[in-house]
Design a protein around this ligand. Structure first.
Ligand code: TXA
Ligand code: MG
Length: 318
């Protein structure tokens, strides 16, 4: 682990150039990065995560100009980029035939997901490396995503099969849930994963947006039902808590007593605060000896859609 600094960025760029992996912070969650142009590096990401190879990766770029050689940007993409890049919005677009990317990042599809992160450390790393960086969340496949460097170290105690050479540490991630993923390959934009750029915000720029459902399984290969799962079972919509359960509360009306452990996503009922605490609290409450994690209802509006999406997957049958 190394604290973010110019020397660390130079070292990280070298690790990426060598085809090895670097974990780094973004404004959403920590990513497990590798050179998106290298089959060896991209294969190492899949192997370190234990990720099924039909689940494609997000390619991180500094800006629109860096996305240009990778994907076909249409008018809708350009408008969204103007509003939301750099930031937590990932766009799925047609892959250019001559894109200098490993075929593995697309998992056999003819599309690529691109995103320009806003976190200054992610940007410094992209600038130093000068190459597109494939980076899924830096957790083992199916686990809770990491929002601090310690979470990353917990996920990969043996250095991710020795390929993870460096964790660039820069404290907690501000947003705390992964980027919004929007598919722009069809006539109507399709929301594949809710995030902090909300459906309402996207519609204010683009007009109507569809939300991916079961019928879109092939377009959204990564949206397996069980995901973000702690070790303990998760029970949603809790209105009471058992003595041997942990309670994940939300808002000022949190139950007065009960539960073996208690944490509150946001005592004042603020959804942005709740999102930033979500994964860290799920990890902290995941203690042996308890029967499960009881989660109080979180309102569905705004960022609540992204929070509830993650909670539903955490609670889904494994
Ligand atoms: O906030 C984020 O997006 C974080 C940080 C590190 O940038 N990254 C992240 O990556 O969440 P990952 O791999 O955990 O999630 C990527 C999601 C998956 O659901 C994947 O299936 C989807 O994006 N995806 C990637 N490429 C795609 C493609 N070509 N078509 C459809 N979905 C794609
Ligand atoms: Mg992930």
């Amino acid at each position: 682990m190394a604290t973010a600094s110019p020397a660390t960025f130079t070292q990280a760029a070298q690790v990426l150039a060598d085809g090895h992996l670097v974990a780094f912070p973004t404004e959403t969650v920590y990513g497990l990065g590798g050179d998106a142009g290298s089959d060896q590096a991209v294969a190492a990401i899949f192997a370190a995560k234990g990720r099924p190879n039909f689940n494609p990766l997000i390619v991180h770029v500094l800006d629109e100009a860096a996305a240009e050689p990778l994907v076909h940007l249409d008018e809708r993409a350009r408008r969204l980029i103007e509003f939301y890049w750099p930031g937590p919005l990932t766009l799925v677009l047609p892959r250019r035939a001559d894109a200098p990317l490993s075929l593995l990042v697309s998992a056999g599809m003819d599309t690529v997901a691109v995103r320009s992160p806003a976190h200054p450390v992610a940007r410094a790393l992209l600038a130093a490396s000068g190459r597109p960086v494939a980076a899924p969340s830096a957790n083992r496949s199916g686990h809770v995503s990491p929002t601090s460097p310690l979470h990353v170290a917990e996920e990969f105690p043996e250095g991710g099969g020795a390929r993870l050479k460096l964790i660039v540490a820069a404290g907690r991630c501000g947003i705390g849930v992964e980027s919004t993923v929007l598919d722009l390959t069809g006539p109507v934009p399709l929301l594949l994963r809710p995030g902090s750029v909300t459906k309402e915000e996207l519609e204010s720029v683009l007009g109507p947006v569809d939300v991916a459902g079961a019928k879109d399984g092939i377009k959204a290969p990564g949206m397996m039902t069980s995901h973000y799962a702690p070790g303990l079972p998760v029970r949603l919509g809790a209105t009471s808590v058992a003595e041997d359960e942990a309670l994940l509360a939300f808002g000022p009306d949190a139950f007065l007593r009960g539960g073996a452990m208690r944490m509150n996503l946001s005592p004042k009922g603020d959804l942005a605060e709740a999102a930033s605490n979500l994964f860290a609290m799920l990890r902290a409450l995941d203690r042996p000896g308890l029967s499960g994690i009881a989660v109080m209802p979180v309102p569905e509006q705004g960022l609540g859609a992204a929070i509830n999406d993650r909670l539903r997957r955490a609670a889904a049958p494994r």
